[in-house]
Design a protein around this ligand. Sequence first.
Ligand code: SF4
Length: 543
Amino acid sequence: MTGERTHTVNPEDIKKEILSKYPPKVARKRGKQITPVSSDDKEGLQVGANVRTVPGIITQRGCCYAGCKGVIMGPTRDIINLTHGPIGCGFYSWLTRRNQTRPPSDDADNYMTYCFSTDMKDEDIVFGGEKKLKAAIQEAYDIFKPKAISIFSTCPVGLIGDDVHAVAREMKEKLGINIFGFSCEGYKGVSQSAGHHIANNAIFKHVVGLNDTVMDAKFKINLLGEYNIGGDGFIIDELLHKCGIDLVSTFSGNSTVDQFANCHTADLNAVMCHRSINYVADMLETKYGIPWIKISFTGPTSTASSLRKIAAYFEDQELIDRVEEVIAEEMIPVEAKIKDVKKRCEGKTAMMFVGGSRAHHYQELFKEIGMKVLSAGYEFAHRDDYEGRHVIPDIKVDADSRNIEELTIEKDENLYSPRKTPEQMQALEEKGYPFKEYEGLLPEMTKGSLIVDDISHHETETLIAMYKPDIFCAGIKEKYAVQKHGIPMKQLHSYDTGGPYAVFKGAINFFEEIDRMLNANIWQYLEAPWQKDPELSATFVGE
Ligand code: SF4
């Protein structure tokens, strides 16, 4: 890429430039999802989100099946995840998300390396696929004898009327293991987000609460919305363990079906990715009385404050002191790394368009090394992920999302047990303790930046041309198009085979990686020498 990086572009001008290339109807629609942050006062700023994608615009988005099977259920190693559909859906989601797992022994169940599919053919579309689905469940059971099998509906399943839930019930009775289905056809909702909600509902209905054994541990929590990409979950577990905090379950990195069944015995829910799992957090509170807090283990400052929040909840001085010791110890190498990397990265700029939480969480890592985020947005977040949960009552559910079931949850007569008395909760809240609170991405965005929801390819190119960022973060579909502009591109879904990036140790990995990418020699060689210096000329030997 050529040209000076000035970073003084007005975000309103960028928005105008983007919209000027669209037909009026598209411009009107996209205009609502592009929000310039023109001043430090962000009062009243709204970000249009969770609406249907404009056809033909080249979106980053995936489907409901991807959100359900790929994101939430994929990381659980001992459930056979059976895709009911033609082969494409299962094949393209086979081991492409880097959610790692670590079975306790070599012979423990681990089906994550497999791709199970009913591989529907024309005759299954014409005559229905239920018979084939039953046979596939039977076959999977005969070969693997799993504890649980889950069935994921793909686009044609809903259209031809296969009843995966009836099949699940019948086969559950026949085989005596837990079998349940998800109506997560790809066309439901407008993005992966509908799939998250459907997965949350089904896991809550069919698995949560089945095992009441209480873990013998003093400080027991669930970690919700952490998917162990590149081993993030492993180092989070390690850190919590060092502090004396035990995990009953993680939704759903490195998880097992038994952990979900038992998760209602924890005393606190710590929510990482708000978008994908807030439904389970709310349902666990209503049914069992477990409060939830938003935390983030991305970035040293957020990690430290999240650990402090967890410790403050338990109100145990020994835990509070231990957490402080761990933070002090872990911060030493992080601070040294920041000091070193900052020398080469300070003043540079980044932009990021990722999923439903990382475009927020990763801003801290860039800020720590003196970098500025010029533009950010999500693929499939909702307004509360941008503007904060206080806007939830104002969100209108449109026709595209109305068919996603909202479960009505009630207190469990036997198992509901408030973890704290109302007085204790109130006392904590009065001290500023943030139960059920999430402020979203907006507070992170500084004057002059631009928020773009469900970004398109044209918008990506315009942002690059006008803002001239030093690094761009998104996913595999954007990676090579961006790099051809001469801009380093960091994948924040797969971590480009790298990671882990969570907590203190992961932050060090991330800083090293960004330093390496920004300062690699390759970016100097994008123009041939005679393009930079037209005086240079070459001749053919023998001329
Ligand atoms: S959109 Fe439909 S066909 Fe495509 S991956 Fe999703 S479920 Fe499969």
